[in-house]
Design a protein around this ligand. Sequence first.
Ligand SMILES: *Cc1c(COP(=O)(O)O)cnc(C)c1O
Length: 468
Amino acid sequence: MRKSSPSTARRDSLRRLPSVDRLLLTPAVQSLNLDLPHPMQVELARDVLAAARAEITTGKGAPSLDELAQDMQNAAARLSLPSLRPVINATGVILHTNLGRAPLSQAAIQAMVSVSAGYSNLEFDLDAGARGSRYTHLVNALTASSGAEDALAVNNNAAAIFLVLSALAAGKEVIVSRGEAVEIGGGFRIPDVLAQSGARLVEVGTTNRTYVEDFTQAITPATAAVLRVHSSNFRVVGFTHEPDLAELVGKAQQHGIPVIYDLGSGSLLDTAAFGLHQEPTVQETLAAGCAVVSFSGDKLLGGPQAGLIVGQGNLIDTMKRHPLARALRLDKATLAGLEATLAHYRKQEALSHVPVWRMIAARPDRLKRRARAWQRAITAAHGHLLRTDIVSGESAIGGGALPGETLPTWVLRFSSAARSSDWLAKQLRVSNPPLVVRIEEDTVILDPRTVLPEQDKAVTRALTTLST
Ligand SMILES: *Cc1c(COP(=O)(O)O)cnc(C)c1O
């Protein structure tokens, strides 16, 4: 018998593929009981057959009807998954911007759910029975925790800076140190934001050294403000100087010029208590005399995405009345989540209730125990197929907070002789829920610090069901 040529074999395989209708009517597919309307089933079958055809043209044989049914089931399962969904963060980066930054406290989640489920007093004064303002809800919580006169919250810190500059400095000059006219990330550049707001940037000093006199000499009748920007995603080391904040504020005040500080992460707690570099807190920045301070809701504060603006009443008032405030305003769920998050600080329970701070405060021996439990599970399931060990590692704060600063941790490390670490990491990413890990020197690394304790079971499941 003559051996068929590859192209004949391919033609045969392609011919053996069922039609869309026949595929849908095969018992294997019928028994799936796909809970989808007919047009969607047809679409699914077309996609599965197209993928099979593509495989055949690369030289693979024709799939069996059972294999096609399995493909249909997998495709249907994928179809029912939302695009945006929870993942488990085992990377050890606490404020992972790609993974949604701060996980919320139970109280914050509850507050967001309950205010979203029905109506609320969002813009309704219950005492007066008349129209109220959505801005009122956070004022007490923010002024109490920061010591500011007044406060305003918008969509994110980028929006906050844009509003502050638009309301206070449009058509005028804003003095910025050359070392702080930076890009914060995602194309957000201080000089561009200034230009968009209608303010003119006046850069002073040099990239590495700027003195108080550089600022005071640049003050003119057109000066609206001095802007300081926290260098959150980089650190200038070596021959550097930046003016003492209180001294700068004092000199600017003599000229009647407000100092605006974009704090970026803006911690309400002292990071130095955890062996980290001392971040300026919101409270001390205001105490130093800054007129306006802005920071993110979802970085070290540990709440939902927002931009918080605190400072002098008259200046905040000008911002509230600016048309941009309406465009950048927060929705009720975020306001509720922020209020509940801030309440943890007032009750002095942030370290135990705000996940970001729980992660920062987590004790290495506890982390080691959790990594060990994962190791036992993966070893029980895969035995000698994987090399595993527990090693000391470093967790990062991330989110443009405390650049280069890490916390000591213990991680589970594993690798396989048969599979690359990229392949293993991909398997974990496509499990449900997806598990996101770190790869270092072709080994897979899981850091328990960023995994919520209630996710430990799901991590164990993903590790034990990993195909090796
Ligand atoms: C992160 C950051 C921002 C942007 O904050 P978002 O809340 O992400 O908009 C602005 N400035 C600084 C210094 C930052 O670190």
